[in-house]
Design a protein around this ligand. Structure first.
Ligand code: NAP
Length: 390
């Protein structure tokens, strides 16, 4: 029997985490040999306990200390290592009892554990795009130094990786990232003024966690993905384009120097790119839904309206500025999305606050990791302080 591949999942109770566990089950049903060794969650210990009973990992990490105590009270003689807090997480990441880390937690919190796993020489299947956005150079350098790999889980970057297969980098003219356009694609700017949290959370094609769903509604998700693509594929901002494709069947494209374009297509289901990151460069069978061209009447494309969705412009500006600008962009966005989800600010204010943070906080070039943390803190402080002022 083939050696087991041990998987640790950061954010096992989230949308990516749950899909990853389904992928592991499905691959094992198709004769593969994966085992879950660690599950990491913030506070959803009830679901974590169900996952433990089903997947029988070596251990778990619960970031929230009080929930960790609650979780311990559920245990009934199970042989399980239970870690808690950031320290526990770092210990597990450095301990190396896994072959692949699926980095599926949300936000800046993913940076430290992802770097730790790379330092341990592990392969990281990266869903947590914020890590690449805030510290792309450091992530790449850490991976290089420790002979570790970063493989994209984001469907757009997975598509590009698949289009790159068999091609030399010198053949690539540009990347074309597709965007669904989100729930407000056809809204006027005036209509955007009063959209509700509920409307913003109602994505037409994808079911995802709240933060990325709001990012999809503002189109910031695509801005973050442009930055992620820059660091993953080493191409400058002016060779990474966005095209709105509301059906989400083409997951992204690569144009080559001879004018040919390769596209990767599939149903909008994150299990497909998650599986590809785990089996790369091979493919294994899956039972996931297939594209039925008889049922798709059209595939359409349009330019993104960046006067309406101005965060796309801010993301390109931050990428061009470099240094800590992308960390400022990301932190201001995380804080503003949090405020919007809590009903404290309106939808269009998310973009205003992010621009405000970028305009007000000085960016540092070639930052050390501490400077990235400092930029993150400053941008969050800026946004929360702005709300208190109004
Ligand atoms: N969802 C998608 O389809 C999709 C697609 C492409 C990329 N992504 C990216 O994947 C990442 C995860 O997205 P998601 O939609 O899966 O988010 P989600 O559903 O909100 O799940 C987030 C997960 O992270 C855990 N978590 C939150 N803060 C944490 C912390 N400080 N330390 C450890 N764990 C923490 C949560 O635990 P609790 O449940 O205990 O709170 C939960 O398990 C994001 O970066 C997103 O941009 C997602």
């Amino acid at each position: 029997m083939r050696k087991k591949t041990g998987i640790a999942i950061l954010g096992s109770t989230g949308s990516i985490g749950k899909s990853s566990l389904d992928v592991i089950t499905s691959m094992n049903e198709h004769g593969e040999n994966y085992e879950v060794t660690f599950l990491v969650t913030n506070k959803n210990v009830d679901l974590l306990y169900q996952q433990v009973r089903k997947y029988n990992p070596l251990g778990v990490v619960i970031i929230d200390e009080s929930r960790a105590n609650q979780f311990r009270s559920y245990l009934n003689g199970e042989k399980l290592k239970v870690y808690s807090g950031e320290e526990g997480l770092m210990e597990v990441m450095a301990g190396g009892e896994f072959d692949v880390l699926i980095s599926g937690l949300v936000g800046f919190a993913g940076l430290r554990p992802t770097l730790k796993a790379l330092e341990a020489g592990k392969t990281v299947a990266l869903a947590n795009k914020e890590t690449m956005v805030v510290a792309g150079e450091i992530v790449n350098e850490t991976a290089r130094r420790h002979n570790a790999k970063v493989l994209p889980v984001d469907s757009e970057h997975s598509a590009i990786l698949q289009c790159f297969s068999g091609e030399g980098k010198e053949s690539v003219a540009k990347l074309i990232l597709t965007a669904s356009g989100g729930p407000f694609l056809n809204h006027t700017r005036k209509q955007l003024e009063n959209v509700t949290v509920e409307e913003a959370l109602n994505h037409p094609n994808w079911r995802m966690g709240n933060k990325i769903t709001i990012d999809s509604a503002t189109l910031m998700n695509k801005g973050l993905e442009v930055i992620e693509a820059h660091y993953l594929f080493d191409l400058p901002a002016d060779r990474i384009e966005i095209v709105v494709h509301p059906q989400s069947i083409i997951h992204s494209m690569v144009e080559f120097v001879d004018g040919s374009i390769k596209a990767q297509l599939g149903m909008p289901d994150m299990k497909i790119p998650i599986q590809y990151a785990l089996t790369y460069p091979q493919r294994v069978r899956s039972k996931y839904q297939r594209v039925d061209f008889g049922k798709i009447s059209q595939l359409t494309f349009m330019k993104p309206d960046t006067d309406k969705f101005t965060l796309v412009k801010s993301a390109y500006e931050a990428l061009r500025a470099g240094g800590t600008a992308t960390a400022i962009l990301n932190a201001a966005n995380e804080a503003a999305v949090d405020l919007f989800l809590r009903g404290k600010i309106r939808f269009l204010q998310i973009a205003e606050y992010v621009k405000g943070a970028l305009d007000s906080i000085e960016s540092k070039s070639a930052p050390a990791i501490e400077e990235i943390f400092e930029a993150d803190r400053a941008a969050r402080q800026f946004v929360y302080a702005e709300t208190e002022r109004v």
